[in-house]
Ligand binder design. Structure first.
Ligand code: PRT
Ligand code: ZN
Length: 287
């Protein structure tokens, strides 16, 4: 039994919370969740979960109240805390952009010279403007940034965009992307001893889950003379498994394929004589 527990801070409720909880679940971590609970202990892994507002997580990880946290890269940069990014997590993808009223003619960043920009991200925005030698007035507001130009509070906004529909329905157009963001796992840089060991176990599990999401298990039948050509297309983890079929001269080939190359690979396999192709999701991949 481990005497220490690792503490991870995740968003209590919001756009990151479901995916953060799912990730822990996929890592095989079972959590006893009570309603409105702020802290929970995992049942089968030395991990304590703290449920917080995302903006508070960097500070808690910096001061060691939590060892790890899951936040958007946008919050990581804005809060500028002494924490390090341990891993990109691939969910809650979005971008931080500048947007102006649709009716404005926009020819480039000079548009913002002397203008008033409303945002919840003053640190990232002022850094971006400074790098581009633009002098603007930053008006910090904590929510509903997109209404600022309509009520005469600002000439433009700097806000998170995902589908773009919020900007559209407020008569704004996106003109510059300042940064792309996704959820990241952040850690206290001083993690050591037993906590570092638990952290390594957790990272190992997260990597196995992530790797599996990027791959599919593939099974197909092929004439024996095509085996070597197909093995070249489907190298798998080491090399594909080849099993004889009851039908003389044919084999069943099993392997893994990268999700992003999937359709290309399928076309090539068909050309090489593959038939009866089955593609199955993989839950975990351990090397
Ligand atoms: O209460 P708490 O402080 O914990 O949460 P929050 O309200 O500050 O954050 P939350 O839950 O809204 O977002 C958490 C994180 O999710 C952000 O820091 C981003 O990293 C990420 N994320 C991904 C988004 C979006 N997509 C998103 N669409 N954060 C905000 N939005 C908002 C945006 O502010 C705008 O109002 O959604 C609107 C734009 O969406 P579209 O689809 O209309 O473009
Ligand atoms: Zn927040």
């Amino acid at each position: 039994m481990q005497s220490q527990t690792l503490k991870i801070a995740i968003q209590k409720s919001g756009r990151l919370s479901d995916s953060s909880k799912s990730l822990l679940k996929e890592c095989g971590i079972k959590i006893n969740n009570g309603k409105n609970q702020l802290v929970a202990l995992a049942r089968n892994f030395p991990l304590e979960i703290l449920y917080l507002r995302d903006d508070d997580i960097p500070k808690y990880v910096e001061d060691g109240t939590a060892d790890l946290g899951i936040i958007g890269e946008n919050v990581f940069l804005e809060k500028n805390a002494s924490v390090e990014i341990a891993k990109s997590l691939g969910f809650s993808k979005c971008r931080l952009s500048l947007a102006v009223p649709k009716s404005e003619e926009y020819a480039g960043l000079d548009f913002f010279q002397g203008k008033k920009i409303a945002t919840s991200y003053p640190v990232i925005l002022s850094d971006f403007l400074k790098k581009n030698n633009i002098q603007s007035e930053i008006h910090e507001i904590s929510g509903s940034v997109e209404i600022a130009p309509n009520i005469g509070l600002a000439d433009a906004v700097c806000d998170i965009v995902s589908s773009g529909s919020t900007l559209l329905s407020n008569g704004l157009k996106e003109v510059e992307v300042i940064m792309n963001s996704e959820a990241v796992l952040v850690k206290n840089p001083k993690l050591n001893g037993e906590k570092a060991k638990i952290y390594n176990q957790l990272i190992f599990r997260m990597e196995s889950v992530q790797r599996a999401k990027q791959c599919k298990y593939i099974l197909l039948n092929a004439p024996n003379e095509s085996i070597s050509a197909i093995a070249e297309i489907l190298p798998g983890a080491k090399s594909p498994t080849v099993l004889p079929l009851a039908m003389e001269g044919w084999s069943s080939i099993h392997s893994v394929v990268q999700e992003e190359q999937f359709w290309e690979v399928i076309d090539e396999l068909k050309q090489k004589g593959a038939e009866g192709i089955l593609v199955i999701p993989i839950e975990k991949m351990i090397f």
